[in-house]
Design a protein around this ligand. Structure first.
Ligand code: G3I
Length: 303
């Protein structure tokens, strides 16, 4: 196959990208995005600050622009994200305790209700674990509402849209030997054993010098999958854009049946949150295919 999406589809997988609503008027951008990808994540437009800027008042204008562009072009959509310590609107940052807990529940119901039946998978909870060696939760206003906030979020999400796969999504959980990876693994194992609804783990996979790709990545994917959840590579970018590393990542996903797809976090290097200099994506700023693109396409095509 000659595009990333079509090549991934040969094994029943998807290949996606993050889309920014502000770039949908850039035809160079949309031409590549439409041609190559069959799954879309809104880079910012479905986050808490975008969708509930004032308490109880939802705004889906930007989220719907991304959603509609995707669906009108035959793509599926991942929802990102419902409960997160970051990108909270000002009103939410000021809440705590049971008031915040209820606001989180209302937010999940409001956003998932709007997109009910339309989303392939939601990142229900994002980045709730701490970096470093603790293997424990990150401190946040949500965490301070009680350790059960994550399972409450997932139970709320299941009731709000039973058709969506429910994911826990995080960065620095790619390396199997890291404490953060083990912390999330233990949470997912606990949730599965107690019947807390969770369907997938999102490995963001932002690789750089401090958190490089490691050869045990396949073990990480296999280990999560063995708990009975899908694994999705949700925000892939590789600082420097190594073609070899891109191929390794894709081959590791292809090696695990429950690794259902890969999303890169942007279209061209110039679209990356890291800036063009990092050259972390598959297309250069002029929209040309990079060596990493060819490596990914070849891997998806079985070579
Ligand atoms: O749109 C406003 C603009 O109106 C304003 O003038 C400008 C001034 O700062 O900000 C613009 O918003 C920025 C937004 O991106 C859109 O460009 C925000 O400041 C900026 O913080 C925001 O960054 C996003 C970041 O998440 C915020 O946490 C990045 O685009 C986005 O790529 C990044 O994505 C995250 C995932 O959601 C979670 N995992 C990590 C990943 C990378 O950080």
């Amino acid at each position: 196959a000659s595009t990333l999406g079509a090549a991934a589809a040969q094994s029943g997988r998807y290949f996606g990208t993050a889309i920014a609503s502000g770039k949908l008027g850039d035809s160079a951008y949309t031409t590549i995005a439409n041609r190559e990808f069959d799954m879309v994540t809104a880079e910012n437009e479905m986050k808490i600050d975008a969708t509930e800027p004032n308490r109880g008042q939802f705004n889906f204008s930007a989220g719907d622009r991304v959603y509609n562009w995707a669906v009108q072009n035959g793509k599926r959509v991942r929802g990102h994200t419902l409960a997160w310590h970051s990108q909270q609107p000002g009103w939410m940052q000021q809440l705590s305790g049971s008031t915040l807990r209820q606001a989180m529940i209302n937010h999940i119901n409001g956003v998932m209700g709007h997109y009910k039946g339309k989303i392939y998978a939601w990142d229900v909870v994002n980045e709730a674990y701490a970096d470093g060696n603790s293997g424990g939760r990150r401190d946040s206003n949500l965490q301070r509402t009680g350790n059960d906030w994550i399972e409450v979020a997932f139970r709320t999400a299941r009731a709000a849209d039973p058709a969506a796969k429910l994911c826990y999504n995080d960065y620095n959980i790619d390396n199997w030997s890291w404490a953060k990876t083990q912390g999330v693994y233990n949470m997912v194992r606990d949730f599965k054993s107690r019947g807390v609804p969770i369907d997938c783990v999102g490995l963001q996979s932002h690789f750089n010098g401090n958190s490089p790709y490691n050869g045990n990545y396949r073990t990480t994917i296999q280990s999560f999958a063995a708990l009975g959840v899908d694994v999705q590579i949700t925000e892939l970018d590789i600082q420097g854009g190594s073609a070899t590393t891109y191929a390794n990542v894709v081959n590791d996903c292809l090696a695990v049946p429950r690794c259902t797809g890969v999303t890169v976090w942007g279209v061209r290097d110039s679209d990356s949150w890291l800036g063009s200099g990092a050259a972390p994506l598959l297309f250069d700023g002029n929209g040309n295919k990079k060596a990493a693109y060819t490596a990914v396409l070849n891997a998806l095509n079985g070579g």
